[in-house]
Design a protein around this ligand. Structure first.
Ligand code: XIL
Length: 324
């Protein structure tokens, strides 16, 4: 069988990777593929490095009180990755979701929130220093209309929270590439323009920024035609880009026609990354339908990954291999 990371690196990319979540790592059939030499050269923790996660999941880093860090789940993923020679994409320092209520509802002043954010990101980033290729320092900062999302950090600090957290990340691990990551910036429009403008503005203020992550949660038959031109606009600023959370969902039950289209869609995403020299790698938002987040999020949708629920390779797998 083709080895996707091996194909990616032979084609000049830095990695081919996947998201992994705590529960996945207790599944022997899952681990066999995850750790198949040359298949994945990079992993992203799907949840374990986030600020918090709804109870009862233990996989979060500062979930219940200021300064009380828990790294059990994140360390498990990092240790396994190291053992298997896989680099990490850190995910993430700040996001409006999975943000604990002690932060959102703590009534903190601007100075306090800035310090809370700096400490959170520094602690997280320094812990995995040396193992991380890139960090999603800021996740999903924009609304669809290109305005900044309203949440505790913008509401209290304005958009300066972005430069604060990027500087904290740089100081904590000077070798990690620092990314801003979002979805629907794969389409040209207000949101991708806002990302372009944000990066330009950070660069003009000498704020460290190395990359833009395009999440790429797509629907079968609807890979945006603008993917390449948007990536080229981003890389023209002198930053790199990556496909950070690729999955391609379909209406359930999966049909042969949809699975065949999904193969073409996966192949076209990989080909597009190949056509943009500043596109450094591609990460699946988990590789198997067994652990995909899609059915739990979008009712009636699923079958979004290149391996099915029983760990059989789908046509999509061949599409990826053919794309490199
Ligand atoms: C998702 C996880 O996969 C789910 O397990 C969790 O319940 C919600 O978050 N964009 C992101 C990711 O940046 O962190 C999200 O991950 C998917 C959307």
């Amino acid at each position: 069988t083709a080895k996707l990371h091996t194909l990616a690196t032979a084609a000049g990319k830095k990695y081919f990777g996947t998201a992994v979540d705590g529960p996945d790592l207790n599944d022997a059939a899952y681990l066999k593929i995850l750790n198949d030499k040359g298949m994945f050269g990079q992993v992203t923790a799907a949840n374990a490095m986030k600020w918090a996660r709804a109870s009862p999941h233990p996989d979060a880093t500062e979930p219940s009180a200021q300064g009380q860090f828990t790294f059990t789940a994140a360390d498990k993923i990092a240790t396994a990755a190291k053992k298997n020679g896989q680099v990490l994409r850190g995910h993430n320092c700040v996001w409006h979701n999975q943000l604990p209520s002690w932060v959102s509802n703590g009534g903190f002043s601007a100075a306090q929130l800035s310090s809370i954010l700096t400490t959170h990101c520094s602690t997280l980033v320094s812990r995995y220093k040396g193992q991380v290729y890139s960090w999603d320092v800021v996740n999903e900062p924009f609304n669809e209309d290109g305005s900044q999302r309203s949440f505790v950090f913008t509401n209290t600090l304005g958009t300066s929270y972005i430069s604060t957290v990027l500087k904290a990340a740089r100081a904590a691990d000077p070798t990690a590439k620092l990314y801003i990551n979002d979805f629907n910036i794969e389409f040209s429009g207000a949101k991708s323009t806002a990302m372009l403008n944000l990066v330009k503005s950070l660069q003009s203020q000498n704020v460290p920024i190395d990359g833009i992550g395009l999440q790429s949660h797509f629907q079968v038959g609807k890979v945006p035609a603008s993917l390449k031109s948007v990536m080229q606009q981003f890389t023209a600023l002198g930053v790199e880009v990556a496909i950070t959370e690729l999955d391609i969902a379909m209406a359930l039950p999966a049909t042969q026609a949809q699975l065949a289209q999904q193969k073409k869609d996966y192949q076209s995403v990989i080909q597009t990354c190949m056509e943009v020299s500043g596109c450094v790698g591609v990460t699946l938002w988990d590789f198997t339908d067994k652990y995909s987040w899609i059915p739990g999020t979008e009712a009636g949708k699923g079958a979004a990954c290149p391996w099915d629920e029983n760990f059989a390779q789908k046509q999509a797998f061949d599409g990826i291999a053919a794309g490199f």
